[in-house]
Design a protein around this ligand. Structure first.
Ligand code: 6GU
Length: 250
């Protein structure tokens, strides 16, 4: 069934280019996902189309107002029987992880709300039964780019979205490890050679080498992921096998 993603934003034009290229473009053309942009400003009631106001209690910046966001969200919710999971993109949200992306890819409908300014009136969270997501511990000028990141991470997981059905299974984080290094032609470039093993045609040894590379890289670059991987492996009591039942050192 086609997944539906509604995006509520003050800047729908920001989404046009990312949605009209590559995987996201093809997934929409193939009916794998339907992505609908709504401009929150069109739901502002007053003549000035006001969507933000000064914070009660004082302080810098502007806060997204309840009325236009509620009106826009209630309108898009009314277009379909499923209410959909409504997600505010904010730096205070739960972190977006691959596990979260997988969870979201199983939903029939998502409603992503991108905010600008200092943030949303708190009653938007309560009144719209919203979740909050962040894409990392740094500050963006608005939720638009974060919403695009969520869309990309989720849509590429939908059945048929990737050309090669295997490629999502091999992703970094799929098994909690970073990917091994990749090489393509030419065999030698400016004195740098492709590792000999990749030219050997020995698929067992190549798989073993790739796993070792993944483990090594993860240990060096992301000790947090490496520790989690080790703990998981111990918990499930799985043993890694070399081609012929030989344990590898990890
Ligand atoms: Cl979702 N929004 C903003 N404004 N900044 C962020 C973010 C979201 N995630 C990380 N930084």
């Amino acid at each position: 069934m086609t997944m539906r993603i509604d995006v509520l934003t003050l800047f729908p034009e920001m989404f046009e280019s990312p949605l009209s290229h590559s995987i996201l473009k093809r997934a929409q053309q193939q009916g794998i996902v339907e992505i609908v942009l709504s401009n929150i400003r069109e739901f502002a009631a007053d003549a000035y189309r006001k969507v933000d106001d000064k914070p009660y209690g004082g302080g810098p910046g502007m806060v997204m107002m309840c009325p236009p966001v509620f009106a826009c969200a209630e309108h898009v919710r009314s277009l379909r029987p499923q209410p959909g999971r409504l997600i505010l993109l904010t730096p205070q949200g739960a972190p977006l992880t691959q596990a979260k992306a997988i969870e979201l890819s199983r939903e029939p409908r998502l409603i992503l709300v991108a905010g600008r300014y200092e943030g949303f009136d708190e009653r938007i969270r309560e009144g719209l039964d919203a979740e909050e997501l962040s894409i990392g511990d740094y500050v963006l000028s608005g939720g638009e780019l974060a919403a695009m990141v969520v869309i990309d991470a989720v849509v590429r997981l939908l059945d048929g979205a990737l050309g090669d059905e295997d490629s999502a299974a091999n992703d970094s984080f799929g098994d909690g490890l970073l990917e091994y290094p990749h090489y393509t032609r030419p065999e030698e470039f400016r004195g740098m050679r492709v590792p000999q093993i990749l030219l050997s045609g020995d698929h067992g040894r190549i798989a073993q080498w790739r796993l070792e590379q993944s483990l090594q890289r993860t240990q060096q670059r992301r000790p947090d992921l490496y520790a989690a991987w080790l703990a998981r492996r111990q918990a499930t009591n799985k043993t890694l096998k070399k081609d012929k039942n030989q344990e590898i050192e990890t």
